[in-house]
Design a protein around this ligand. Sequence first.
Ligand code: SF4
Length: 385
Amino acid sequence: MSDPATSEMRFRDPARAKALGARLAELVAAAGRPISVMHVCGSHEQAIARYGLRAAFPRGLDVTMGPGCPVCVTDLPEIDEAVALARAGVRVATYGDMLKVPGTAMSLADAQAEGARIDVVYSVAQAVELARATRDPIVFFASGFETTAVATAAVLVSDPPPNFTVLSAHKYIPPVMEIVAEMPGAKVEGFLAAGHAATITGSAIFDAFAAQHRRPVVVAGFEPLDVLAGLVALVELVVAGEARAVNCYPRCVTAEGNKVAQALLWRVFQPIGGRWRGIAHVPSGNLRLRDEFAHVDARRRFDIDVASLWQMAPPALVEHCVCGDIMAGIAAPRDCSLFGRACTPDTPVGACMVSSEGTCRIWHQYGGVPDLVQLGARPDAARAP
Ligand code: SF4
């Protein structure tokens, strides 16, 4: 058996990180112009911020975060549906990150403070256990991309108890990349795709995208060297003008992906168009339960009255939130006048400050960007390592 400490160092080796940083600098210098790429995953932003990788990026390389935080892209009406159910006396189980996400008039945490019954769970399986232990109707407010949607699907084909239903806010990543690639003002020259989602979809799903949108896609893992090696491969493709997909995470991802998981996902869910918070309407970007699963679909089992919430005044500060522009890669947390001041993890104004995968939350927690000190991020974390 391998020594965990040694195997961890294989992906966190400072000498290799330095060499990859030097290669990035060489590539950008040879290009003779700034290069802008986007990663589409909150876990990539966490790795970049937590390990101070931006300190290893050359000045001319801009690595922005796209719409890769499932909590951040859960739209206001979806939060409103969960809040309306909770305020109507239905027990709602959901992930902890969803509690503070602002809805039109309030968050689930606000509804809980008013007396609504909200259960924080760590998995859909735990929500099912909760349903088995009570006669109360339990609505699982499900968020996440295709990776977590597969877990929800697995539960729904396994005969869940009759008092268990799902309010799906699951989303499907490939269609939103098409929107972001063509968004006016976006300067994305290539994409770093999320390794965990690609374990389900496979890397070949990006072949057609790369050709159609004339941008390379590199699938990368989440260790610091995974991210750096993925960026080197991506910048090499950008500089060479090669629009193709490359799998830099072969220890987990295959070209065809997990076919059993794909079959399960599409048996239970159908992709439909819907809004991603602050970004746009994304055709085929939302995952909704198929008719065959209407009996476990909270939208069909309950009358959900969101209209009463829409008549309540929205919090005034929300209109200053630029989460949507951040997730489209055309703004950064430093561009928001509320960052670290009115908007902090304890007092979030927008969804990007709530989730551990939200860019504002990650930058506030880890810093790693020099001009964040005066904006209110942790001063000790804002220094480059
Ligand atoms: Fe929105 Fe807060 Fe981020 Fe500003 S700092 S963009 S208000 S989440």
